[in-house]
Design a protein around this ligand. Structure first.
Ligand SMILES: NC(=O)c1ccc[n+]([C@@H]2O[C@H](COP(=O)([O-])OP(=O)(O)OC[C@H]3O[C@@H](n4cnc5c(N)ncnc54)[C@H](O)[C@@H]3O)[C@@H](O)[C@H]2O)c1
Length: 337
């Protein structure tokens, strides 16, 4: 069985998924790509051999030929397309975050439930082999009872200001992956305390965002966590996670283009880590898309569902109010408004 797919959004991540779907997922056929900038859709179609492109996503949503929609447009369009796709009876894959607003997310999840379609959220890092091994170390008790979680997640350079302005801010856009990693590894978080600042580029501050943040978290199971984000690590993408427990620790480091260490009289050194998310997490993007297509083909459940998309948005909201109010904030406070 082949799943016929349409992509909405031909930007950075839309092109990445187009590449994956046309080259790495045998049971998927990418039929069309839409982008309000027709030239973006046209160039993606040419680059990845997609048969059709258009400027109006409605053409994909109304097409009887398409079984599933992959939403890769800017975040502020996600819930509208989820609802329209669900009502058209399409299976849906949507990039993170679903939206910045809980009521809007709930409306989208309700439409998905009412129509009986599936929705997978693009938390690709769950599919990374390092992270799944970490999770196994926790679940199998290799490190005993988990005490602390440390996540360091730094980008090599900030995205364009135009992107930042519609991104929802660092916590919604970037740390959202780390919030998801917290839940993936250790379950629900109860409380967060966040400090953030502008250290990299004053223009980011002028756009109303921060570029550097540290967040402390208390999990429902008592684990204490920290997340550190920076929009700019001059040595490249810095992605490290450690879970420390009563019987030991499980730690993942950065991935490098090679395993060579050069030693001389002055230093011991190696090449910089893989530069950014496209290089570092390519295998995980492929794995998440294979999982999506497989679930639809077999009628199984998709592995990252709507509530997994909602929960990190709640965490980001709690983090943002913690920063504003300079105090620890319980997720329950944000949930109840
Ligand atoms: N999972 C990940 O690792 C990951 C990485 C990057 C981005 N993302 C997410 O993917 C989404 C897109 O990010 P990006 O980096 O590709 O952004 P981008 O700006 O490069 O691309 C977005 C594209 O969507 C198009 N678009 C906007 N509104 C549209 C509409 N109404 N109809 C059709 N097309 C529309 C834009 O023209 C643009 O080409 C964001 O939600 C972002 O958070 C996820």
């Amino acid at each position: 069985m082949t799943i016929k797919i349409g992509i909405i959004g031909a930007g950075r991540i839309g092109r990445l998924h187009a590449n994956t779907l046309t080259t790495r997922v045998p049971s998927a056929k990418l039929l069309a790509i839409a982008d309000i900038f027709a030239d973006a859709a046209k160039s993606a179609a040419a680059d990845y051999g997609i048969p059709d492109y258009c400027a109006d996503p409605a053409e994909l949503l109304n097409s009887d030929d398409i079984d599933a929609i992959v939403i890769c447009s800017s975040t502020d369009t996600h819930t509208r397309f989820i609802i329209e796709a669900a009502r058209a009876g399409k299976q849906v894959f949507c990039e993170k975050p679903i939206a910045f607003d809980l009521a809007e997310i709930d409306a989208a999840l309700a439409a998905v439930a009412e129509q009986g379609v599936q929705l997978q959220i693009g938390f690709n890092r769950r599919f990374d082999s390092n992270h799944s091994r970490l999770k196994r170390a926790i679940v199998d008790g290799e490190i005993g009872e988990a005490h602390t979680l440390t996540i360091i997640s730094r980008d090599p350079s900030p995205p364009p200001l135009d992107y930042i302005k519609v991104s929802g801010g660092l916590m919604m856009d970037m740390m959202i992956h780390d919030f998801d990693m917290c839940r993936f590894l250790l379950g629900e978080v109860e409380e967060v305390y966040a400090i953030g600042d502008v250290k990299v580029d004053p223009a980011i501050g002028e756009a109303g965002d921060i570029d550097t943040a540290k967040v402390m978290l208390r999990f429902e199971n008592g684990v204490i966590g920290t997340i550190e984000n920076s929009r700019q690590a001059v040595y490249g993408y810095d992605q490290r996670v450690e879970v420390f427990g009563s019987k030991g620790a499980a730690t993942t480091g950065n991935w490098h283009p090679n395993a060579v260490t050069i030693s001389d009289a002055r230093s011991v050194r190696r090449d910089l880590p893989l530069h950014f998310f496209i290089e570092r997490y390519m295998d995980s993007y492929v794995a998440e898309m294979i999982a999506f297509v497989e679930a639809i083909t077999t009628g199984g459940a998709v592995p990252v569902v709507g509530k997994d998309g909602r929960a990190p948005v709640l965490m980001a909201m709690a983090g943002m109010s913690s920063m504003r109010e300079n105090r620890p904030v319980k997720l329950s406070e944000v949930e109840t408004g």
